[in-house]
Design a protein around this ligand. Structure first.
Ligand code: BES
Ligand code: ZN
Ligand code: ZN
Length: 497
């Protein structure tokens, strides 16, 4: 992409112009109103047909199902199935299905009146997230947008819930924007969104989001001794960047470090990846760094009470005459030496230097997020991220945020018995383990740089991308981790030790 008319990511800091409103009465100007319903067909409003009629038309209220019922007067009705398990997550999914049921409408109205069992702010946030993310498309590199953008979300709620829902809807919009930005970044091609471009984007986002930004270029990284990141970059004609962003609220209650893998494109290096479709997905190997940049962009809007510093290790991983060779030894920022026996295990290398920097800043806890191992995808599939760590308190806080956002995670053990697999014959450690437990070995490698700092590691190789369109997960980059980490940061409490 050479024409300057095309930007890999929206130039306005990746905001999308969606507005939300909340009302206790069905809006008169709406052309269509969506109602989530269960399999029981428990519809409070008269739509001209009952459960039997609906079933005759093939609508049973199952999750993911919807039916449009044109009305004689007032807005047409779309019923969206929730399945038997009515939860905030099911309602978020339903909002996505509803928003897509009317793909040419620029506005969507969703009724959640009567769902009084749920926290109304949480529910409203989820509905907005579902609608906005369900209608997400990546259009930046088309001459003309293919899809019609959603511009307005209206929520119809119980009279008593208006204030809470209004606040929740606004919060949901912020979280959805962060997730959409994270998708934009990951969908952007590796040749367009390079490490230097990412650095410049981070700088401009930092300026509008009230963050302090330090973008370390190659020369800076050389003097800083970030030999692991430089080793991954060695085969590339494009410079690396270490992007450090600081968010400081008025009286911070704690200091959180977020570390992201920013491999702008992972060819595997000299351990070249085979030419299968997964290879093309490797433009998304910066999904961790992208999720964090997106989170950083909304911390002030969310009024997060803790200080957060982001360390994003950015480079592509390319083979060439100058590339790191198998058997080469890199000297990382902490001084630890690493024998590189597979150049495709590059994520852990760049993270080692970034984690070292986080530790030097004495953060209260580190959470890293990375598309780290194919093994995580094999073990948990595309719907669930792997989480490992050294501190139960932090792991629990991650799990709570995952539950809230329905960006689900499952814990794998950080089993020290596999640590000898990483022993090197000539250096302090090598960058690959054995033929199994790949996600655990990668986490054990990272733990060497983490030391005693409370830490959780999110391996999002599986959920970084969706091959299908399902509820809020649109096809392509999912933005997984952005909403999770934003909730995590908003509720973060430093572990006591
Ligand atoms: N970026 C990949 C991991 C990945 C695979 C992410 C599939 C998303 C989808 C990572 O850098 C990698 O190549 N890891 C190797 C490690 C191995 C060489 C020890 C892997 O998982 O095969
Ligand atoms: Zn790799
Ligand atoms: Zn990678």
């Amino acid at each position: 992409m050479t024409s300057s008319a095309f930007n890999p990511v929206p130039s306005d800091g990746v905001t999308r112009a969606v507005t939300v409103s909340v009302t206790a009465h069905a809006p008169t100007d709406a052309t269509l109103l969506a109602y989530p319903v269960t399999t029981a067909g428990d519809l409070s409003t008269d739509v001209g047909t009952g459960p039997d009629g609906l079933e005759r038309l093939g609508f049973k209220g199952g999750a993911g199902q919807h039916i449009i019922l044109p009305q004689q007067s007032g807005p047409d009705v779309v019923l969206v199935g929730l399945g038997d398990d009515v939860s905030v997550a099911a309602l978020r999914d339903a909002a996505a299905v509803a928003a897509r049921a009317v793909p040419t409408d620029t506005g969507v109205a969703l009724s959640v009146a009567g769902f009084s069992d749920f926290d109304q702010a949480e529910l409203a946030a989820a509905m907005v997230e579902g609608a906005v993310l369900g209608r997400y498309t990546y259009e930046e590199l088309r001459s003309e947008a293919k899809a019609i953008a959603l511009q307005r979300v209206t929520l119809v709620v119980d009279e008593s819930a208006v204030a809470a829902a209004q606040a929740g809807a606004e919060r949901g919009l912020i979280l959805a924007r962060a997730a959409a930005m994270s998708r934009d970044l990951a969908n952007a091609p590796g040749g367009s969104l390079t490490a230097p471009v990412f650095g410049e984007l981070a700088r401009s986002i930092a300026e509008s989001a009230g963050l302090e930004a330090t973008i370390h270029d190659k020369a800076a990284l050389e003097s800083m001794g970030c030999g692991a990141l430089l080793g991954v970059n060695a085969g590339s004609t494009t410079e690396p960047r270490m992007v450090v962003l600081k968010y400081t609220p008025n009286t911070p209650t704690a200091h959180l470090g977020l570390v992201g893998k920013g491999i702008m494109y992972d060819s595997g290096g000299l351990s070249l990846k085979p030419s299968d479709p997964m290879h093309a997905a490797m433009k998304m190997d910066m999904s961790g760094a992208g999720a964090i940049l997106s989170v950083m962009s909304v911390l002030r809007e969310l009024d997060v009470p803790v200080a957060v510093t982001a360390y994003l290790a950015c480079t592509d991983n390319m083979p060439s005459g100058s590339a790191t060779k198998l058997g080469d030894v890199l000297v990382s920022r902490s001084g630890r030496t690493i024998e590189v026996l597979n150049t495709d295990a590059e994520g852990r290398l760049v993270l080692a230097d970034a984690i070292a920097l986080a530790n030097e800043d004495n953060v209260d806890a580190i959470v890293d997020i990375a598309t780290l191992t194919g093994a995580a995808l094999m073990a948990l599939g595309p719907l669930t991220g792997a989480v490992l760590g050294n501190d139960d308190d932090i792991l629990t806080q991650v799990e709570v945020a995952a539950e809230l956002t329905d960006e689900r995670v499952w814990q794998l053990p950080l089993d020290e018995r596999y640590r000898p697999w990483l022993d090197s014959d000539i250096a302090d450690i090598k960058n690959i383990g054995g033929s199994s437990a790949g996600s655990i070995a990668a986490a054990l490698f990272l733990s060497e740089w983490v030391g005693d700092t409370p830490w959780a590691h999110l391996d999002i190789a599986g959920p970084m991308r969706s091959e299908t369109l399902e509820a809020w997960r649109t096809k392509g980059a999912t933005g997984f981790g952005a909403r999770l980490l934003a909730e995590f940061a908003a509720n973060f409490v430093a572990p006591e030790n």
